[in-house]
Design a protein around this ligand. Structure first.
Ligand code: NDP
Length: 273
């Protein structure tokens, strides 16, 4: 019998995780199956308990269950503890369930793949939601020099900066108070691109930057990337498709001990987006 995995979310029908993991399994010769689980919003614990009791080896977890997955896990990795969220569950040989988060590793792998070494970069992170919180530790581990978190609700940016205050040069501000520093890399972690909206930031910020990354992804450049490009056509731009595949690859590695090559999977997904 093949080892069993699934992604939990609600809604989950749109998820690309099954196709990504199927491609990883084929590429690396792993015998596994990967399905979808859509519990009612108050049924995550029940469904996850049954899933693992029936012999499943691991799961990915997406909205709205990342916090519940954190509470469901018997133990969590240091990076999941820092993020306060879990997107990967692994059944350990002891039978215990370990929770981890791979979003930060996925983002950093994609940034390095496309933009090169991150050492010494001055970074502006727009948004202070779950995705922002999940990536801060990984950005610093990759060597960034400073981070300004800017959010529509300024107090959430400040809270996040305080939570990560042990890192050097980290600040939290409202969108209207972003300092006119020369940010090398601007990352949009707001959900604004999903609805074609733009965060209300000063477009001058794009004139000094080199790289702009939007965690959202669509079949066409996101509203944020289109805007950045219209202000400064020399910018190197990327959406979050590579982050999606990168976080999946990190989960796959946790489960199977093998690192898939993400490049061909990103290329094939780009065609079918
Ligand atoms: P959350 O709901 O936790 O946070 C949403 C954030 O977006 C908040 O900071 C919110 O600000 C801000 N926001 C929403 N709309 C606007 C707007 N119109 N203008 C300015 N700010 C706005 O979501 P997540 O952090 O979980 O996800 C954020 C995005 O990242 C989503 O698009 C998601 O798809 C993407 N993502 C991509 C991943 C990938 O693998 N590529 C992985 C994880 C997430 P406020 O606090 O003021 O409400």
């Amino acid at each position: 019998m093949k080892d069993r995995y699934a992604v939990f979310g609600n809604p989950i029908g749109h998820s690309k995780s099954p196709i990504i993991h199927q491609c990883f399994a084929e590429q690396t010769g792993q015998a596994m199956e990967y399905g979808i689980e859509q519990p009612e919003t108050d049924q995550f614990f029940v469904r996850a308990t049954t899933f693992f009791a029936q012999g499943a080896k691991g799961a990915n977890v997406t909205a709205p269950f990342k916090l519940e997955a954190f509470n469901f896990a018997d133990e969590v990795s240091p990076r999941a503890a820092q993020a306060g969220a879990v997107n990967t569950l692994c059944k350990l040989p002891s039978g215990k369930i370990m929770g981890d988060t791979t979003d930060g590793a996925g983002l950093v792998a994609d940034l390095q793949r496309q933009f090169g070494d991150l050492t010494g970069l001055s970074v502006l992170l727009i948004g202070a939601g779950g995705a922002a919180r999940s990536v801060i530790g990984s950005l610093y581990s990759a060597g960034i020099a400073s981070l300004c978190i800017a959010n529509r609700s300024a107090e959430k940016a400040l809270e996040l900066a305080n939570l990560f205050a042990t890192y050097p040069s980290i600040t939290g501000v409202g969108l209207a108070n972003i300092p006119a520093d020369n940010f090398n890399l601007i990352i949009n972690s707001t959900s604004s691109s999903m609805t074609g909206l733009l965060p209300d930031i000063d477009s001058e910020l794009f004139t000094q930057a080199k790289f702009v990354y939007d965690m959202a992804y669509k079949d066409e450049p996101t509203s944020f990337l289109q805007w950045a490009n219209s202000i400064n056509p020399t910018l190197r731009l990327s959406d979050g498709l590579g982050m999606l595949v990168g976080q999946a690859a990190e989960s796959f590695y946790l489960w199977r001990g093998v690192r898939p090559d993400i490049e061909p999977i990103i290329d094939s997904l780009r065609v079918t987006l």
